[in-house]
Design a protein around this ligand. Sequence first.
Ligand code: C2E
Ligand code: MG
Ligand code: MG
Ligand code: MG
Length: 280
Amino acid sequence: LAKSEGRNRFQFYVASVDQAIRERKHLERDLDMALAQRQFHLVYQPQVDMDTRRVLGAEALLRWHHPERGFIPPDEFIPLAELNLSIIEIGYWVLDEACRQAREWMDQGLALRMSVNLSPVQLRQNNIVDVILGILRQHDLPPSRLELEVTETSFMQNLDDAIGKLSRLRDEGIRVAVDDFGTGYSSLTYLKRLPVHHLKIDKQFIRDLLANEEDTQIANTIIDLGRSLSLDVIAEGVETEEQSVYLVNRGCVMAQGYYFSKPVDVEQFQAFIDTFETTP
Ligand code: C2E
Ligand code: MG
Ligand code: MG
Ligand code: MG
């Protein structure tokens, strides 16, 4: 009995793995058509200065509306797009669309910076620097209006290559932020060598900021590190007033999170600026 039960379980397992693989294949195929079928759009999450109550800019976040499955979160499809390299084309579309929007804000007289997530796969492309500069030129967007968010994994495979490309981008005036800081393999030695301006404290440390002593210490350490290396520090995933008060008192005035606003469309973004900047 035990034996046949085991076999059944095994068959069940094989069937479900098989189905998971099939679903992944479908998703990959759909992903390849999503751009052409205009199923992507961007939402924008405000990045604020909690001290002066200014909206500093926006992080552009990609959304995929699948015709049958509805909304699929980026954490599900970005890794797939990185594996089959469709992230190169998708990432190009994101940069282009984000820069177009940044230019529109500029034309409206809004001093906003646009942050765009850059996949390690994109950064590995030989011509990525020229691609980005080309997009800026096309929209006549000053490079200082663009910030690229890169994760620590971007530096791991080929540190010198990443440093070379990011240095060129920095020399052009583009800003670079290290996203999800603290979750990867940050080494202080290479942080000193990296041409970056900005550290983003990962939201996992902010979530339990006041409940978990270790998280408090990690956040404090990143804030101090930023100060001693003259890097701006922004807290990601701020959800409560308590967290925001703690951060401001600790010297981290830049934040992004649901407490201020979820990622929203352009109209809601505009409405957010109006209320945030006029509320004392
Ligand atoms: P990320 O770059 O670290 O973006 C921040 C994520 O945290 C976003 O999730 C945002 O919606 C979420 N978030 C912001 N504030 C809060 C908060 O207060 N509480 C909680 N629980 N979450 C908050 P999202 O939009 O689902 O994106 C997930 C990840 O997908 C991003 O993490 C980024 O790694 C990736 N991603 C999104 N758009 C792009 C893109 O255009 N290109 C690339 N390469 N990656 C992207
Ligand atoms: Mg990001
Ligand atoms: Mg992040
Ligand atoms: Mg992340």
